[in-house]
Design a protein. Sequence first.
Length: 343
Amino acid sequence: MEIVWVDSFDINLKSALRNLKCAILLGAMLFAVCFRAEAQQPTKLPRIGFVTAGSSSTIAARIAALRQGLRDLGYTEGQNIIIEWRFAEGKVDRLPALVAELVRLQVDVLLSAGAAVTGPAKEATKTIPIVMAQDTDPVGNGFVASLALPGGNITGLSSYSAELNGKRVELLKEIVPKLSRLAVVGQSTYPGNSQSLKETELAAAALKVQLQYRDVLGPKDIESAFREARKARADGVLVLQNNVLNSQRKQTADLAIKNRLPTIYYAPEFLDSGGLISYAASINDLYRRAAVYVDKILKGAKPADLPVEQPLKFEFVINLTAAKQIGLTIPPNVLARADRVIR
């Protein structure tokens, strides 16, 4: 009979090594699983809240310009940035609720498509950065302390629209030399309306043109405003920036043609709907440049430290088809200065 001596130390050592090996394998497996799960976790994308009083169709070109500006800076919607689009569809009373919804979503930046949006946005948040894609009078409207030093959580771009109304009166006078009575169609509840009217009055007084103000507070007021202008023997119409007419551009342009009233607008989109002439800052350019503000804020800049910028590009557009419809001849020297002519 053969006796085999077994060293208990060897047995314990082998058992310990086996346990260690299993522990290492198990740890490696757990690490791989955790690493894979972590790698699959989606990165939190910056979220931009965009609000406008209009609809997606009425500002399609501006939205395209904003997207292009973001693409130029390396942002692709849905890939490395999310945009929450909110449209009031011409119903201004919906704006506070739309803004409040985006504030609850805790967007990283609120992008305002106009003064009618910036007002509710300012009331809704003091912490979320607000970028104005355009505003007629940021200081006068109380949105910023000054253009150079905005203060607070709002910055962006000024459309300079109020100050341009003087130039619009001059252009209409060149096109309609007999202009002595001018109907001004505005919206008294629109931020900046009083400043726009003041600039118009100064230019009209210098040219000895009498003004007839027509207030439009809803779509039903548009037809009566043009009808009253014709009855008062107005020689032309100047449209101040407002939400009502902007949401009803086709109706506005058609009524101007129907009443044979040479009308100058604050945005070229009115001409795409059949309007006669427009003179304005390039709104599309402002929207493209708004993307720069979004980018800076996402990278840590404070709105209070970003000066409000003014327009770099201006556009004078003439619609010769509309001129023909009302029997108006555009002087050659004026036509030559147009940036775009619709024939």
